[in-house]
Design a binder for this molecule. Structure first.
Ligand code: AMP
Ligand code: MN
Ligand code: MN
Ligand code: MN
Length: 284
């Protein structure tokens, strides 16, 4: 047991809800976070802010701070570059217009991926995907869930490895903003931009200076799946570049992927305050 006076304000700045490919509704996520001793929770759904109103209201009810966030997918030839936005003004018009177009492209892409899966003998219908996504951002995670639930694969991991990962037969790329455009979109909405899970970027040495020039504020260092060594060296990398080290579990639901338990990271509250200040310097 922790002594009361010493209890840390747990901080988890990277989580998903049913507004994208998370398994809990925003209010359920917030309730679970409160149970796990999280005092500051960043809600960062893929390409949407649709869960934020509910999360903020639930946060007020249970007494935890919700950092309004987003995780933007970007166009890169190799690897995955995701840009997190924190303390965004999520009712910002231009932001919502951009998000609407990302959603439309995701729907078209999911339709194309379902056709490919059907051609491979996997009998799932596009309507099933829409129903599972429940009006939220459609991602490959939804396809993986259906493929696995119908018994074609025995895990989400296997569904990606066999069908959905880049280079696999059902993979379809989609148009997205460049990483620099994503940073700019976050800033224009008054937020602080952070590079998510930096090790999925295939050429970090080239990407980072470009993002910094565009106004990147932080680097995700305490990431659910990263080892202590990886976290430490990312904190150092952030310091070298004058970036704010941030962190989060990337929670999507129970049993989603190892290391992604809600509240499993140890982010100093100082990082939240630095993000808040960085965000207050951007936008209109
Ligand atoms: P998308 O944004 O449609 O390209 O889908 C990417 C999403 O799929 C990520 O946000 C993860 O939730 C999920 N994902 C990607 N790779 C894997 C994997 N190997 N195993 C499980 N989920 C994955
Ligand atoms: Mn996801
Ligand atoms: Mn991501
Ligand atoms: Mn994420």
């Amino acid at each position: 047991m922790e002594e009361a006076g010493r209890r840390r304000r747990r901080v988890d700045l990277h989580t998903h809800t049913t507004a994208s490919d998370g398994q809990l509704r925003p209010a359920e996520l917030v309730a679970l976070a409160a149970q796990r001793g999280v005092a500051v929770l960043g809600v960062t759904d893929h390409d949407t802010t649709a869960g934020l109103d509910e999360a903020v209201t639930a946060g007020q009810r249970v007494g935890i701070e919700i950092v309004p966030g987003i995780e933007l997918s970007t166009a890169v030839e190799a690897g995955e570059v995701h840009i997190l936005g924190y303390f965004i003004d999520f009712h910002d018009r231009p932001l919502q217009e951009a998000l609407r177009s990302f959603q439309e492209r995701r729907i078209e892409r999911a339709r194309a991926m379902v056709s490919r899966l059907q051609a491979l003998g996997i009998r799932i219908a596009f309507d099933d995907v829409l129903a599972l996504a429940g009006g939220g951002t459609i991602s490959r995670a939804h396809l993986a869930r259906l493929i696995t639930e119908r018994g074609y694969t025995s895990s989400l991991e296997e569904a990606f490895a066999r069908y959905l990962a880049r280079g696999r037969p059902a993979y379809v790329p989609h148009e997205r903003p460049t990483p620099v455009e994503a940073v700019q979109l976050v800033q224009a909405a008054g937020g602080a931009a952070v590079l998510a899970h930096p090790h999925t970027a295939s050429d970090l040495a080239r990407l980072l200076p470009e993002l910094i020039a565009a106004g990147l504020a932080g680097l995700e260092a305490w990431y659910g799946e990263y080892s202590e060594d990886q976290r430490r060296s990312l904190v150092e990398l952030a310091e070298v570049h004058g970036l704010i080290p941030t962190g989060g579990s990337d929670y999507h639901g129970e049993g989603f992927r190892e290391g992604r338990e809600l509240g499993s990271v140890d982010v100093p509250p100082e990082s939240v305050e630095r993000l808040r200040r960085a965000a207050s310097r951007t936008g209109r």
